[in-house]
Design a protein around this ligand. Structure first.
Ligand SMILES: *Cc1c(COP(=O)(O)O)cnc(C)c1O
Length: 372
């Protein structure tokens, strides 16, 4: 049977049917109804964040919070990294802002705070760091830089659902944090996303910007889009949230197995667990050093495919190498470039059996024994 890089978590059929029954009675399908509110409160509680606004997806949550902060079309520059999913950079660009690429750290692939300040100009308005693979950015250093230069910090926490740093929910760091609830993420609402934020005054703006800028029945005072989460997706979220702790635990067992099998192998670089972090085991990313391992990342990717196993080159290419951003002038980001050529995320989901995890490891390890 094929093994894909991920498999969406789903509740039992009966559980979901129970949760959507009231929608069939009320005919209240969308526009922040009772199911939306129920999930919103549960998530505020689970994530430990002060405020949360839910969206049709994570991308629109990020794009909209940038607008809600008054940054849209100001001609400003926003510092982010090229080692991310393209959505991060699109959210900046689609707000009429200019993305400025900062390199990442070689150990956890998050933004390198030592390289941020040299990129700040009088046009810089914000930093959008990414908690890559659920790894926590250097939030303290970033906060210091942002305070010193009066910049907003908006985290792309799409990978970091449920992650805690120093016992605090990851969504409490920065001015705002975006979570993705896409089908492939640790927690899903089929499609969906949210933005967690500190400043209460953002609440009404986010609320109206995801609903055409409608403030009251007769007042439209902002140019908003339509990005509301509907009741059926919220119901999926309520069901999935009941199981999320168990899912994270099961992912942890797979990660532990991968670590024990692939750890210490010459030419295979694993992610190091971070200190003071409660992880969510969102991704299992491995870097292959062909000089030592004897094979490139692409060789491993193809060998797994021959065995009906589908890993993902994630993130490759780096965003600055994509057709739509190639023309953008930017400085060198050698670490990002290097990692994007070597990294492979291996299959990881809560239902992946340890037997299948072993099979994946066996295939990789048997390559390492051959002549490259
Ligand atoms: C998934 C993802 C997004 C976009 O979220 P969607 O819910 O798919 O719109 C943004 N950034 C990163 C890093 C992601 O992984």
């Amino acid at each position: 049977m094929s093994i894909f890089v991920t498999r969406s978590s789903m509740p039992s059929y009966d559980d979901y049917i129970n949760e959507i029954k009231p929608i069939f009675e009320s005919h209240h399908l969308t526009n922040m109804g009772p199911v939306y509110k129920k999930l919103q409160h549960s998530l505020i509680d689970y994530l430990g964040v002060p405020y949360l606004s839910m969206f049709v997806n994570g991308h629109m949550a990020l794009e909209t919070v940038i607008q809600a902060m008054g940054l849209k079309n100001t001609g400003g520059e926003v510092i982010t990294t090229p080692f991310t999913f393209v959505s991060t950079v699109h959210a900046i660009t689609r707000n009429g802002l200019k993305p400025v690429f900062c390199d990442v750290k070689p150990d956890d692939y998050t933004i390198d705070p030592e390289k941020i300040e040299e990129l700040i100009t009088d046009k810089t308005v914000a930093i959008v760091p990414v908690h890559v693979y659920g790894n926590v950015c250097d939030v303290e250093a970033i906060e210091k830089i942002a305070e010193k230069h009066g910049l907003k910090v908006i985290y792309d926490a799409a990978h970091a659902f449920g992650v805690k740093y120093r016992g605090r929910g990851i969504g409490t760091y920065g001015d705002a944090a975006m979570f993705s609830f896409h089908a492939t993420k640790v927690f899903n609402t089929i499609e969906g996303g949210a933005v967690a934020f500190k400043d209460e005054s953002l609440r009404s703006s986010l609320h109206s910007l995801k609903n055409f800028g409608i403030k009251t029945e007769e007042c439209v005072d902002e140019i908003g889009g339509n990005a509301k989460m509907d009741e059926f997706r919220a119901a999926m979220g309520i069901c999935n949230l009941r199981n999320v702790e168990q899912c994270i635990k099961a992912r942890g067992s797979v990660v532990e197995r991968y670590n024990s099998r692939l750890g210490g192998v010459s030419g295979i670089k694993l992610m190091k667990p971070q200190e003071n972090v409660t992880p969510n085991y969102a991704y299992y990313a491995v870097c292959f050093e062909p000089e030592e391992f004897g094979f490139t990342r692409d060789d491993v990717y193809e060998e797994l495919q021959r065995n009906d196993i589908y890993a993902r080159k994630y993130f490759y290419p780096a965003v600055n190498d994509m057709e739509c951003y190639r023309e953008l002038e930017h400085g060198d980001t050698p670490v990002s470039e290097n990692i994007s050529r070597r990294v492979l995320t291996l299959p990881l989901y809560s239902e992946l059996s340890l037997e299948d995890t072993d099979r994946i490891c066996d295939i990789i390890l048997s390559m390492g024994k051959q002549e490259g």
